[in-house]
Design a protein around this ligand. Structure first.
Ligand code: UDP
Length: 473
């Protein structure tokens, strides 16, 4: 029997616990994973905090076999403004993130009381790698835990190869570009890693967080990766050869939004189109002419850099749809006629899938990379923080579905001319044609990986569920 055949289609196969980290970039793919479980008749309990619940409720079909349990978030952390329960709402992600992440451990007693009383008893738990302490809770109750790793196999492999288990910490060498000997052709530099942006102070909160979350050998069952084998086979295979835990590439998770677990499609069709989708509709006759510009939910961009982006986009003469999360006052009026600026939360996957969109200027958050690839939209890679510089290398050097914006990086500043050139090259140049072809090819492969029955990711997830159900017996 194939793995697909051993999943019964009758009543609930089993029950599972999900615990996403409190940021959109971590919650969204976990909720996509939830859909894949629901589709396989696995009922779910999703743990979160009160302020994060509405987003989770709204993201899942009302009829889903999922209950959501709220656990109070500690509101007496001196560094974190009271009421903030998500990194999206932190006034400064860069300096406050480690305090926030470390504070999540205070949820542990409530989590364990809720877990203890949970019925039906869960066969397994998937919790975010940033919630490292859930590993102890899972162990305490004998529940196999899967780590949800919101990064690529490439970033996980390269950072481990360079810096042992100190994931996100960089090479100690000062060399600008060093070869990663285990992966011929792969080169990284010190500034690709998080450490260089902060003081690598062993007494500091960031060091503390990284060592807690990634420094100790994992006792979890395995890792769930939001990727597909065909996208990064060398790195996926490498991770699986490392040790006892397997890395299960079950994505791209953004393709999980199929309507067989929900009947809310009709509502989507009937809902009024947001202004920016109507605007994209108007560009239909111009072909794939629009550059979508978005830097994710966390990035902080200086006013000076925003102004430079505006000039670069103007000079490139391309039509653009630019999502600005913070700042940028006055730009909207000035850029009228040249492009559209949106200051709200948008449906990014909907935008990338729109026929008028022909390019994506992105900070290379891993979800955005997967979403761009799935839409077959080539990227301009402008990494800013976390493992994004490694993702940018993946995009522009490994799989060749995008072009790196010169000068971009954790501590970089991009000049208008560099942006103008990159935009022109992507939208109209030879290199642009090449990366567009590649992006389209990978989009096909991504869909194939998620295909019911024979897709590599589909089979991997079934295999994983099968392993965990057998373990229970
Ligand atoms: N996103 C969205 N609308 C927005 C901003 C972000 O739908 O206005 C989604 C985006 O599609 C992606 C996630 O939020 O799924 C952001 O994750 P990513 O890893 O790209 O970046 P992060 O925000 O974690 O830096």
């Amino acid at each position: 029997a194939t793995a697909a055949e051993v999943i019964p289609t009758g009543g609930p196969v089993c029950h599972a616990v999900l615990f996403p980290f409190m940021s959109k970039g971590h919650t969204i793919p976990m909720l996509h994973l939830a859909r894949l479980f629901l589709r396989r008749q696995i009922s779910l309990t999703i743990f979160t905090t009160p302020a994060n619940r509405p987003f989770i409720t709204a993201s899942l079909p009302a009829s889903a076999a999922a209950s959501i349990v709220e656990l109070p978030f500690p509101h007496d952390i001196p560094e974190i403004p009271a009421g903030v329960e998500s990194t999206d709402k932190l006034p400064s992600v860069d300096s406050l993130f480690p305090h926030f992440a470390l504070a999540t451990e205070r949820i542990r007693p409530d989590f364990e009381s809720a877990l203890e009383n949970l019925r039906p008893w869960p066969s397994f738990m998937v919790s975010d790698g940033f919630l490292w302490w859930t590993e102890d809770s899972a162990e305490k109750f004998g529940i196999p835990r899967l780590v949800f790793h919101g990064m690529s196999n490439h970033a996980a492999s390269v950072s481990r190869a360079v810096a042992g288990d100190r994931l996100l910490f960089g090479p100690e060498s000062d060399d600008e570009l060093i070869a990663v000997t285990r992966f011929p052709g792969v080169r990284v530099c010190k500034s690709d890693f998080e450490e260089t942006a902060r003081t690598p102070d062993p007494e500091g909160p960031f060091y503390d967080f990284v060592m807690k979350a990634f420094g100790a050998p994992s006792r979890s069952y395995g890792y769930v990766m939001n990727s597909f084998h065909e996208f990064e086979p060398v790195f996926a295979d490498h991770l699986n050869a490392l040790g006892k835990q397997k890395y299960y590439s079950v994505g791209p998770l953004c393709l999980a939004e199929v309507d067989d677990v929900c009947n809310d499609k009709k509502e989507v069709v009937l809902a009024a189109k947001p202004a920016w989708i109507q605007w994209l509709d108007e560009k239909l006759w111009e072909g794939k002419s629009v550059l979508y510009v978005a830097f994710g939910s966390q990035a902080e961009i200086s006013e000076e850099q925003l102004e430079e982006i505006a000039r670069g986009l103007e000079d490139s003469e391309v039509t653009f749809l630019w999502v600005i999360r913070k700042g940028g006052g006055g730009l909207e009026e000035r850029m009228k006629g040249r492009g559209m600026i949106v200051g709200e939360w948008v449906d990014q996957r909907g935008i990338l899938g729109h026929v008028s969109v022909g390019g994506f200027l992105s900070h290379c958050g891993w979800n955005s990379v997967m979403e761009g690839v799935c839409a077959g939209v080539p990227m301009l890679a402008w990494p800013m923080m976390a493992e994004q510089p490694l993702n940018a290398r993946m995009v522009a050097e490994e799989v060749n579905v995008g072009i790196r914006v010169e000068g971009s990086g954790r501590t970089g500043f991009v000049r208008r001319g560099a942006l103008e050139n990159a935009v022109r090259e992507l939208m109209a140049g030879e290199k642009g044609k090449e990366v567009r072809r590649n992006a389209k090819e990978y989009a096909k492969k991504a869909r194939k990986a998620m295909e019911e029955g024979n897709g590599s990711s589909w089979k991997t997830l079934n295999l994983l569920i099968d392993e965990l159900s057998n373990k229970k017996e």
